[in-house]
Design a protein around this ligand. Sequence first.
Ligand code: UDP
Length: 370
Amino acid sequence: KKILVVFGTRPEAIKVAPLIQKLKKDTAFDVKICNTGQHKEMLDQVLDFFDLVCDYRLNIMTENQTLYSITEKIINKMKDVLEDYNPDYVFVHGDTSTTMAASLASFYHGSKICHIEAGLRTSDLRNPFPEEANRRITSVLTNIHFSPTESSKNNLLRENINPDTIIVTGNTVIDALFFGIEKVQSDESLVFDLKSKLLKDKEIVLITCHRRENHGEGILNVCKAIKELALKNTDYQFVFPVHLNPKILKIVHQELEGISNVILIEPLNYPNFIWLMNEAKIIVTDSGGVQEEAPSLGKPVIVVRDETERPEAVEAGTVKLVGSNTDLIIKEVQHLIDDKESYLKMSNAHNPYGDGKAVERIISFMKTIS
Ligand code: UDP
């Protein structure tokens, strides 16, 4: 079978990397990989870490790119790739413009579409924007839906998708995490620089915040909460890899620069980031991937979003959905710092996103179809 795997952003690359690694080793498949380059600067380090080399690079990123220009470029450039390789199956992942536009191009070409992380939903087509629409459009075009959980499968069933085409696998992010943690733990030189930036003998609260919903007031509220928590809890350090988007960067530096136990650093490459997650005591984030990864490392997650397409973790008790209200963030983080029992309850809860064998299940299924 000829398979093309397409991705364009950092989280997509992380989540398809373990699949590509295993597909490439399997003689049942002929595999090529296509990188649209939607997030250029954060992607190459992921590919290096997983030892992946792209067969096609679309390099679509330009300054001042818009949703219109990204979609248009991907569709047109994918046409050439599809005509050159003519894959039987195209794998896409998640909910980005790359996912949606590559699916549409593959549909036009006549290749079958396999969607990983299929079936995540919120109640509002515009929230998150444009991801919720991207994933719904992709589901309509997809032939095989690899859902991470039963609840994501149920979302697809509610949209009248044929149950025989939905396979529950767990999330491939856990497969990537297990591979990654083992690799960084066996080679500490990978995290040498990062270690030197941290304060000695202080517990870590790790913060990430970048989503469009949090631009403006959201990020400002998060920073205010971190400031107050840092001033109050001097035995903790608050480590914040700050996204390069100027809308985030400016506010974070304005609010948090100069506080001795707040460490502002650049976005970390994947090995550094997962190492830091593993070292942290508590994680405050609006990231989807981090909500899925952190519970596997036993780390409680405070989610600074109002709604999540990942309700399983909230139900399992590994994640608390707090929104971007300053007082609530302070209250929940302080509670985890002060109350050992609540902390242990959250950190010991079961991770609903998988056991690190999602890729195995995807490949087994691919072998059963023609
Ligand atoms: N991540 C990383 N460096 C960072 C922050 C996150 O490598 O500084 C990784 C993290 O381990 C996870 C993924 O990037 O696998 C999450 O990406 P992001 O938060 O950008 O997107 P989302 O998951 O919200 O789509």
